[in-house]
Write a protein that binds this ligand. Structure first.
Ligand code: B12
Ligand code: SF4
Length: 498
């Protein structure tokens, strides 16, 4: 008797509704595309759906109802808990026997909270390739699914919490992500000639606000968390991915940290220059950078480097953020970049727990002194489970029931010293202020700087008025400018990509 289930169909869903972007056409989700590739290796028929707008929920669920799959997999971040639950509920109402499986950063960091949701049947903690392969095989052969490592499974009122498997040490063993299932040509980045890719997993550092600090703790003790594809496999992967694109102007490595002092980098970049040769953008740390790396990046076509500055205050970096970087070391690195003619962007956070307006000004001033090609700033968000989240809870600064409509503009923290109008002002005018201070430093106008510092921090500074100007005039103009630019030319200066 053949006990195999005939159904080979799997739906994988990437909820990707963004209210903060001017143009949103979707993204590549390397993790889910990797899961899809593994399922295809097993013989599954995989359908990959990306939800970009609320109006698409019902559309996707209707499609699933027309041909019910073996299971539905949904990827989940903290931002997408509500939408995942909503889609899950719609599926369970229409198809109560089809298991809803979730995975991703949120179920990994908050499995207990996630498994409590009635619309979720199974969750995956950590990397999903091995457990999803086992789940597919067991469901097809109607075997026992309750003991698959890394999966938490609801069964007859119980939850089987299976321990998390170690990480996949040799990334080369994985198939390439199933790019063919994603409509790559329609993505925003593709239209502006940018390929977003990834060659590694993890990061060796433990910044207190970052997911890496928490994810690493999920895996068993001896797991080798920070891993790379071999240089050879990286080139094969890039060639494979690039075959889905027409015109490529820039390769953007979304790896948490690709630039380290490991021998991997020169070996890979030498091959990259010879066999791919497209300008690229990469992330690095200000405290693990030197002339040798700068020369290598410049030589191999690096268009710009992304560094985290995060805060201009040394104490905040050392004690709060667990980023023990001296200001002098940071400035040395940016001097090196300028010396080699390397463009670089600085990333920053404001609205940190305990931060004062003076500290924010220090961040702006340090950025100005480092003369970056571009800057980005975001308002600190405490992601579940990491050290800074725990601190916010301990200090009573965080309200877990609060929902943000726009993460880029709002804060989750309640801090008397940083009222919303002030935070909003610094967020909106961060780039302008960095430029302004940059000019003042160049002109060595020390007394003007002192006067300006006092003015900008004073309660009489017209922040409310400037915020309104920004909301009513500057932001709409900016949005229309990009929309028009995008419609007319389908491209923009690539070092301006977000
Ligand atoms: C590349 C990236 C993006 C890309 C692509 C999105 C993506 N997730 O791939 C873009 C630029 C679009 C993006 C956007 C955002 N991102 Co982002 N992003 C990342 C980054 C740097 C890498 C993700 C990645 O490729 N990892 C490697 C792959 C292999 O791992 P993975 O995605 O986790 O998938 C594996 C497992 O989780 C699991 N899995 C995942 N899904 C599923 C589903 C099923 C069914 C199963 C079984 C398993 C499974 O299996 C996968 C393979 O092993 C991470 C940082 C990080 N280190 O993870 C942040 C990160 C995920 N992003 C984050 C955030 C906050 C955002 C934004 C909200 C930022 C913003 N304000 O603009 C947006 C919104 C995204 C959204 N819709 O939720 C946070 C999420 C924190 C949280 N707790 O939710 C992270 C962790 C960074 C951080 N701040 O610490 N991001
Ligand atoms: S260096 Fe970057 S990716 Fe690594 S832990 Fe710190 S913030 Fe996260």
């Amino acid at each position: 008797m053949n006990t195999m289930k005939a159904n080979r169909l799997i739906y994988l869903i990437y909820p990707n509704v963004r209210t903060d972007l001017t143009i949103h056409l979707g993204d590549i989700h390397e993790g889910l595309a990797s899961i899809a590739a593994v399922l295809e290796q097993e013989g599954a028929e995989v359908k990959f759906r990306q939800i970009l707008r609320e109006s698409q929920y019902a559309e996707v669920v209707d499609e699933i109802c027309q041909s019910p799959p073996l299971f539905v997999g949904i990827t989940m971040t903290t931002m997408t808990v509500d939408i995942t639950r909503k889609v899950g509920r719609m599926i369970k109402t229409a198809l109560p026997n089809v298991p809803v499986v979730v995975g991703g950063i949120h179920p990994t960091l908050a499995p207990e909270q996630t498994i409590e949701c009635p619309e979720i049947d199974i969750l995956c903690v950590g990397e999903g390739e091995k457990p999803i392969r086992a789940l597919y095989q067991k469901l097809r052969s109607t075997g026992d699914i309750t003991r698959i490592p890394s999966l938490w499974i609801k069964n007859k009122g119980d939850v089987h919490r299976n321990p998390c498997d170690p990480v996949i040490e040799r990334l080369d063993e994985l198939p390439f992500p199933a790019y063919h299932l994603i409509n790559v040509r329609n993505l925003f980045y593709t239209k502006i000639g940018v390929v977003v890719t990834r060659l590694s997993r993890g990061c060796p550092f433990s910044c207190s606000y970052c997911a890496n600090e928490t994810i690493r703790r999920v895996y068993p003790g001896n797991s080798k968390y920070f891993r790379f594809l071999s240089p050879e496999r990286s080139i094969e992967k890039l060639k494979y991915q690039l075959s889905f694109y027409d015109k490529v102007k820039l390769v953007s490595f979304s790896d948490d940290l690709l630039v380290t002092k490991k021998p991997w980098l020169p070996k890979f970049l030498k091959m990259y220059k010879r066999e791919i040769g497209v300008p690229y953008v990469v992330r690095a740390r200000l405290d693990t950078f030197d002339e040798k790396i700068a020369a290598l990046l410049k030589r191999t076509g690096c268009q710009y480097v992304i560094f985290g500055c995060e805060s201009g205050n040394e104490r905040i970096r050392f004690e709060l953020l667990n980023r023990p970087m001296k200001t002098s070391v940071m400035m040395q690195t940016t001097d090196i970049c300028r010396g080699f003619g390397l463009n670089f962007r600085l990333l920053n956070m404001i609205g940190l727990p305990g931060e004062t307006p003076e500290n924010i000004l220090e961040t702006i001033q340090l950025n100005a002194r480092m003369c970056p090609t571009s800057v980005r700033v975001s308002i600190f968000y405490p992601y579940y489970g990491n050290k800074l989240y725990e601190l916010c809870i301990k200090k009573g600064l965080y309200d877990p029931n609060r929902r943000l409509t726009n993460q880029k503009e709002e804060t989750m923290l309640m801090q008397a010293q940083l009222p919303y109008a002030l935070l909003h002002f610094f967020r909106q005018y961060f780039g302008v202020l960095v430029k302004l201070y940059g000019w003042l430093y160049k002109l060595k106008m020390d007394s003007v700087i002192l006067l300006w510092d006092t003015m900008i921090l004073s309660g009489r500074f017209p922040r409310g008025f400037l915020n309104r100007i920004n909301r009513l005039v500057l932001t709409p103009i900016h949005a229309w400018y990009w929309k028009l630019n995008f419609c007319l030319f389908g491209r923009r200066k690539t070092y301006g990509i977000d």
